[in-house]
Design a protein around this ligand. Structure first.
Ligand SMILES: N[C@@H](CCC(=O)N[C@@H](CS)C(=O)NCC(=O)O)C(=O)O
Length: 203
């Protein structure tokens, strides 16, 4: 197969790519290669293909392997003519909201790394709370400013926000992010029921 996706079923960034593959009809054209590891132990992360040693990384028959998830999603959409990137000026809003979803996922992953990878006596609770504050501010901003965008046609920002919230549920469910954010909670309930989201839910 010409496309090989270095993949882990629990990564929110891999999920953004998987949902894009399903939404654009390309899912069957990609071979998935299991890759697990952490910043402390690269395991089978694809260091030779992506110097950052992160997944998702997409190998192609020709040309450099692609990373990160934003580049891969845009490449796949281009390949499929998927229409997940609207024209300007809406594009700038789409990319900013996508970046917000990505940032939420990044902060949520960093909280897990701090809790799981550091020896207990060097863990910083204030640092974990500072990451949570980024998530809380971002989802407050989405609730206040971005619901009309999320009510519009599916684009890559919906996928980024949906997968980021799915990861917050998966790893930080006890934080109760829905409280005080009824519009985003209602949007997430609907978005998470899409077949592409159901098929890629982390377990
Ligand atoms: N900005 C990257 C983030 C990817 C990322 O952080 N992936 C994690 C898994 S969720 C990873 O590969 N971690 C290994 C490491 O940081 O060494 C993207 O959007 O693809």
């Amino acid at each position: 197969m010409a496309l090989r996706l270095h993949h882990s079923p629990t990564s929110p960034f891999v999920r953004m790519v998987d949902v894009t593959l399903l939404e654009t009809g390309l899912s069957d054209q990609v071979e998935r290669v299991a890759a697990t590891g952490t910043p402390l132990d690269a395991g089978d992360l694809p260091l030779g293909l992506n110097p950052l040693g992160k997944i998702p990384t997409l190998e192609r028959a020709e040309g450099a392997a692609l990373h990160d998830s934003r580049v891969i999603c845009r490449y796949l959409d281009d390949l499929a003519g998927g229409g997940l990137y609207p024209s300007k000026p809406r594009l700038w809003e789409t990319l900013t909201l996508e970046a917000t979803g990505q940032g939420v996922a990044e902060a949520a992953v960093l909280m897990i790394y701090e809790q799981r990878l550091r020896p207990e006596d060097t863990r910083s609770a204030p640092w974990v709370e500072a990451q949570w504050a980024k998530i809380a501010r971002s989802i407050d901003a989405i609730e206040a400013r971005w619901m009309s965008h999320l009510a519009g046609p599916l684009d890559t920002s919906h996928i980024a926000v949906g997968c980021a919230l799915g990861y917050v549920d998966f790893r930080h469910g006890a934080r109760g992010w829905r409280s005080g954010r009824p519009a985003l909670a209602a949007w997430a309930a609907k978005f998470h029921a899409r077949p592409s989201m159901v098929a890629t839910a982390p377990v």
